[in-house]
Design a protein around this ligand. Structure first.
Ligand code: ADP
Ligand code: MG
Length: 339
């Protein structure tokens, strides 16, 4: 069977079936933003790994090494934030092809460390190898969380409201602008709005403080970070929680920069928000009785819909018509991302 027939998530389910065994210390194993392991009576260890591959996750014709280091840290810190935790230590493993200079690797670690420092997280190990083709980056972050503050993708209940932090679609639109630049099509790729979208793609800022505040307030029932795209990441929450959801297209937060540049993009704005991915915003669910508690945190969040009984994911358009929401975010083997 070809892996493309199974898809990334089908393959992970097979790996889980073959190799995963829950032990008394495994609170959360495969299937969430990070594993949660009970290593001492008072603390839970969070562990997450993400890879960034040249020509898959980044293109060296428009990514500088400082940004690459920054982003490699950000995607992992975002997973710790989605569990409600605090990052502590990290390990990096690199596969480096011949043409990469020492100066570029140093730039990578300048960017990497700049973000780690703001989260008081330190590099404690890793591995360095030669790669025959393409740069390979693997980052592991270890964090911790108190048991009462641990948030997972499971826990959303019918009636809960669905919220997101920040705005969606900026990163995917920024990527499209960068790709057009490489092709020599500058178009609307100049100006402060384009810069903003590009920055969101190259140097995302993980919602660490927000994730922590949401978790500590106890207002959320489930949480995930948006790495694959709103539609796919909402599907992950629904699958793990055994629920459906209904979201309203006209409530999805779109940044003024994306609105302004929308005319020059190949797809409607909603497409970038639903399927684009790499926004690294937080998607979470809140029971109606705890919404006041969320509001008291004064975090920029938007209510975009509600959790429903059943399994269906529905998108309500601005006329009130409901359509099935396809999980169209990134799948490494089905290649559904905007190219
Ligand atoms: P995220 O997008 O939050 O990084 P992923 O979609 O990459 O999460 O992974 C989903 C879940 O599957 C996570 O729990 C991750 O640890 C697990 N996972 C992914 N690939 C593997 C693998 N090869 N072996 C074991 N677990 C895996
Ligand atoms: Mg995640």
């Amino acid at each position: 069977m070809r892996i493309s027939d199974l898809g990334e998530f089908g393959l992970i389910r097979n790996i889980q079936r073959l190799s995963f065994r829950k032990t008394s210390t495994t609170l959360i194993g495969i299937g969430d933003d990070a594993a949660a392991l009970k290593v001492s009576p008072s603390k839970i260890l969070l562990a997450t790994t993400d890879m960034l591959l040249e020509e898959v996750h980044f293109d060296l014709s428009f990514t500088d090494f400082y940004s690459l280091g920054w982003k490699s840290a950000a995607v992992n810190l975002s997973d710790i934030a989605a569990m409600g935790g605090v990052p502590c230590h990290c390990l990096t493993a690199l596969g480096i092809p011949n043409h990469i200079t020492v100066e570029r690797i140093e730039d990578f670690y300048r960017g990497f460390t700049a973000l780690l420092k703001t989260h008081r997280t330190t590099l404690v190990g890793g591995d360095t190898c030669h790669s025959r083709k393409g740069m390979v980056i693997s980052v592991t972050v270890l964090g911790e969380v108190e048991k009462k503050n641990l948030l997972s993708r499971a826990g959303a209940k019918p009636g809960d409201r669905v919220f997101v932090t920040g705005t969606l679609g900026d990163s995917a639109a920024g990527l499209e602008i960068l790709k057009n630049r490489v092709k020599g099509q500058e178009g609307r790729g100049k100006g402060t709005e384009a810069k903003r979208l590009i920055a969101k793609h190259l140097r995302p800022v993980p919602r660490a403080a927000e994730g922590r505040a949401i978790a500590r307030s106890g207002c959320a029932s489930a949480m995930i970070d948006i790495s694959d795209g709103l539609s796919s990441d909402l599907a992950h929450i629904c699958e793990q929680s055994g629920v459906g959801a209904e979201i309203h297209s006209d409530r999805i937060p779109i940044s003024p920069a994306l609105m302004k540049l929308s005319g020059g993009l190949t797809m409607p704005v909603l497409h970038y928000a639903l399927s684009g991915g790499e926004d690294y915003e937080l998607l979470f669910t809140v029971p109606p009785g705890k919404i006041k508690r969320l509001q008291s945190l004064h975090i920029p969040v938007t209510e975009i819909g509600a959790v429903k009984r059943g399994k269906a994911l529905m998108l309500v358009d601005d006329t009130g018509r409901k359509n099935t929401l396809q999980a169209t975010g990134y799948d490494h083997f089905r290649r559904m991302k905007i190219t």
